[in-house]
Design a protein around this ligand. Sequence first.
Ligand code: ATP
Length: 305
Amino acid sequence: MLQVKNLSFKYKKQAVLETISFNVKRGEHLSIIGESGSGKSTLLKLLYGTYDLNEGDIFWGNTPILGPKHNLIVGPEFMKYVAQEFDLMPFISVSENIGAFLSNFYPEEKEQRIQELLKVVELESVADVKVKELSGGQKQRVALARAIAKQPEIILLDEPFSHIDNFQKQSLRRSLFKYLKEKNITCIVATHDKDDVLSFSDTMLVLDDAKIMAHNTPKYLYHNPEHKLIASFFGEFNEIDGEMVYANQLKQVDISDLEVKVKQSYFKGHYFLVETEFKNKSLFFENPSALEKGTSVFLTIIKES
Ligand SMILES: Nc1ncnc2c1ncn2[C@@H]1O[C@H](COP(=O)(O)OP(=O)(O)OP(=O)(O)O)[C@@H](O)[C@H]1O
């Protein structure tokens, strides 16, 4: 288990993280979310031992994770960290990059392992291409494959799919998270993307103002978003009499107490997001069709748990 106890950290004077405590079980997938600048990347770097803590402790089992004051080489053997800037060797091929830290003692096993990893990150077709000739998204995949090559016990991923287009993101995400679960690798992901979280994370930690605002399962936080920050992470939402209501939880009915005036309809594929006016504020709901500007409609809240 990873244990983070009372961690506090400042870069200079600015407190980035204050009294942060949480645990992550072996094999568990945790997502860290929060606004830009809330300290997600800093927390991952601290878990990796990149900086010395101002206060607190980090343990993996009984092993303390210590900063550069106590370690010549940053990053314990059992942990891998894939940063937003990936550090690859540009002049050698994708396969050579992935195999760079694998033992040459058993060449056949090494080759087999490289093939397995190429498949996980869906890079078989560019196996022999030099990394300098790859796109940003392909480089990100090489970095991911390299991080799992030696099968770490714990992997830290900072925005792991940020350079990968939507077309390929879904399948890569499924492939990578499935692989990590099968191998019981503990995974901590800093992300802005709810699709990294909803289907793949066991737990989710929300950072705000240097502190933990919430820590629970994605399902619980989706259904009980106590703060706007949490609701906005999951989708378009409204605050109605202090209650957080997602746009898809409002349905049109013949008559109700909630009468709104249509301002605009936005095409979203299988539905329209309708912007309306309610008590001088915008209120959004999802509807199967576009509605004419100026029309009055009645809405009701339908929540499933
Ligand atoms: N090396 C550094 N030196 C000084 N301040 C830093 C450094 N790195 C980050 N910061 C500051 O620390 C705060 C947290 O940054 P961090 O990168 O951890 O946030 P984040 O939540 O990962 O943001 P994003 O979602 O934009 O990646 C920010 O205010 C940032 O400006």
